[in-house]
Write a protein that binds this ligand. Structure first.
Ligand code: 13P
Length: 253
């Protein structure tokens, strides 16, 4: 049995103070939640404060980061290293989000290096993959996802794979209110698990969590989570509202 993971990707929202308020509210609403792993991924500027708050509460809420630079230290102005995140109590790092690929030009080579860096620091990558609308319409969605998986997991060893999380996020469903149908998301997640099985073996693939992300809301979460190969959600917009995020967590449990 895979424990569902519901992770909130706050993107470039919430000042430090707003982040603290949101976490306080989440801790209140999610108190006593069982059978799901929950994570919040605030912007870098709020990680320290949120980390303190989470430790003090003792709540089983994991702290995630949205990105990192794949070097331990050095002259990389403006970047954040894996040890810096680890030292703050970060256990999960989003890697390869389509906004970074599309807006900031990250390619698979860089994404693969980031996956490697997260694993080397003893944290878990949440690797995001997914196709553009025109790729889906041209019948190329599966080919795109397969190519991303192959390139981004190039250096991952079988013994490391179980600690990874994959998030299928079709680009056309992100922030658009257009969710993939549960059937379409299931079909892709099942395909992803098949590729993982080919790469790492059936047993490991069966233990890995494959999430769905893209306009997940309280009113569509249950039907998505009911699908056999959807092991949770990477939530953007709805994770910024405590009530909505808590409702999505409830839908997964
Ligand atoms: P939305 O939930 O706002 O569509 O964002 C999804 C996402 O990109 C999560 O990483």
């Amino acid at each position: 049995m895979r424990t569902p993971l519901i992770a909130g990707n706050w993107k470039m929202y919430k000042t430090n103070q707003e982040a603290v308020e949101l976490v306080r509210e989440l801790l209140r609403l999610l108190d006593g939640t069982q059978d799901a792993e929950i994570a919040v991924c605030p912007p870098f500027t709020a990680l320290s404060e949120v980390s303190r708050l989470l430790s003090a509460s003792g709540a089983p809420l994991a702290l995630g980061a949205q990105n990192l630079y794949p070097r331990k230290e050095g002259a990389f102005t403006g970047e954040i290293s894996p040890p810096m995140l680890k030292a703050l109590g970060v256990t999960l790092v989003i890697v390869g989000h389509s906004e970074r690929r599309e807006i900031l030009g990250e390619d698979d080579e860089l994404v693969a290096a980031k996956v490697r860096a997260v694993l080397d620091e003893g944290m878990k990558p949440i690797l995001c993959i997914g196709e553009r609308l025109e790729e889906r319409e041209a019948g190329g969605a599966f080919r795109k996802v397969e190519a991303q998986l192959e390139a981004d997991l190039a250096t991952v060893m079988q013994s490391e794979a179980a600690g990874m999380v994959i998030a299928y996020e079709p680009i056309w469903a992100i922030g658009t209110g257009k969710t993939a149908t549960p059937e379409d998301a299931q079909e892709m997640n099942s395909f992803i698990r098949g590729r993982l099985a080919a790469r790492f073996g059936e047993e490991i693939a069966a233990s890995m969590r494959v999430l769905y992300g893209g306009s997940v809301k309280p009113d569509n979460a249950s039907e998505l989570m009911a699908m056999p190969d959807i092991d949770g959600a990477l939530v953007g917009g709805a994770s910024l509202k405590a009530e909505d995020f808590a409702a999505i967590v409830r839908a997964a449990t």
